[in-house]
Design a protein around this ligand. Sequence first.
Ligand code: HEC
Ligand code: HEC
Length: 397
Amino acid sequence: MSLRHALLLLVTPLAVGALVLAACASSTPAGPAPAFTLPEAPAIRITPLPPLPAELPPEAAFPSVADPAWEKLPAAQVALGKYLFFDDALSGDQKLNCATCHQPDRAWIDGLPLSVGYPGSLYFRNTPTLLNVGDKPLLYWDGRLDGNDLPTVIRDHIAEAHFMNADGLLVVERLNQKPQYAELFRAAYGGGPSYGRMLNAVAAYVGSLYSPPSAYDRYRAGEAEALSAQAQAGLALFEGKARCATCHSGTLFSDGQYHNLGLPQNPDIFDEPLRHITFRRFFRTLGVPDYSKLEVDVGRYALTQDNSDSGYFLTPALREVGRTAPYMHNGIFVTLEEVVAFYNAGGGESSELSPLNLTPAEQAALVAFLENLSGELVSVEPPEAPAYQLTILGGDQ
Ligand code: HEC
Ligand code: HEC
């Protein structure tokens, strides 16, 4: 653009402006201009929502193993965690919450062989119970997360595309738009919502969920009639001839180690396109070099990339197992009878198990024993999620 053109562009609007001003001046009657006042804004009245109760939920405080650290958890954090656990605001599309998959009245599982995942992304593993999670040193079927760091497990769940697929900043902003949360966060942490506090509160709630003492525990405590004769025979087999306790040991019935049972694959993982996509994306994200060729769930191998770990999974805890069907990382067995029959046959191909030669009566006794590892299911009242409410900026509400 030439200098002359630039000047013209600058000068033209100025000239037009001067003309308009002149025209106005000539048509305005003499005298002072009336003061300009804004029209009265309609009064907005917002009745503040009542504060929500922040008491320790009744389902908390059932430690099967006395844990002094848990006793010190402030009730307000557990109470806040419960609201968050049941709040759809924690998922990307606000359509699901933790209880969609971990349903309290189903011993905190979904009852499906494989998890449904976030809408549009079916997952390829079974949903475990949340009872006694606070006592587990390792979490997830492949043990890839640390049980002593529950907030990271919650973060993984909120962020992962196959779980809740939500952006952390967005979730905190949503919580900020629900004024009742501000109060609950203040009571629990002395400040408003933040991502870290949110993860910590959900972890406090989840870490407070314990399975109450089972018939087996009462039997161990000296109440001989707590277990039927059949279940007692099952216990003897569990610890003896059936060799279950070599892996299912300790208070939770897990040695915390990885084993390969040679389980059959669940064909749904490969037949259902959305599940298949999640499967490939998962292993690709973990950096498995041959992720596009995998025909089995390689379990632990994805984390160590050591061939000897292929098909290895963490020994799961067995408390509440009578309620958590279907079984195994891929939900391949529907009943405990099927599980026991599988062990009796010596497991699957390339497993470290060998045949047990149990009679049908012995197999039934083992199942009867497993059914006695559940405590009374505590009924849980899902809270109503705190509501969104308009707040007036600069107002006193
Ligand atoms: C879409 C279903 C789904 C939703 C929603 C979901 N979970 Fe999970 N959860 C799972 C599945 C599946 C696993 C097992 C993952 C694996 O092993 O790869 C799991 C595992 C866990 C574990 C570890 C349990 C163990 O013994 O290894 C914890 C703790 C947990 N979830 C807590 C939560 C919390 C808290 C929320 C809400 C923030 C939540 N989950 C929401 C499906 C879900
Ligand atoms: C070599 C170690 C080992 C032995 C021995 C063993 N288990 Fe297991 N058990 C495991 C592992 C590992 C899994 C999880 C496998 C998977 O999903 O890939 C498992 C899973 C299970 C499950 C499913 C739990 C769930 O929540 O889905 C049950 C039930 C079970 N075992 C019962 C038994 C019984 C009964 C015996 C004895 C007959 C036994 N186990 C012997 C290691 C073992």
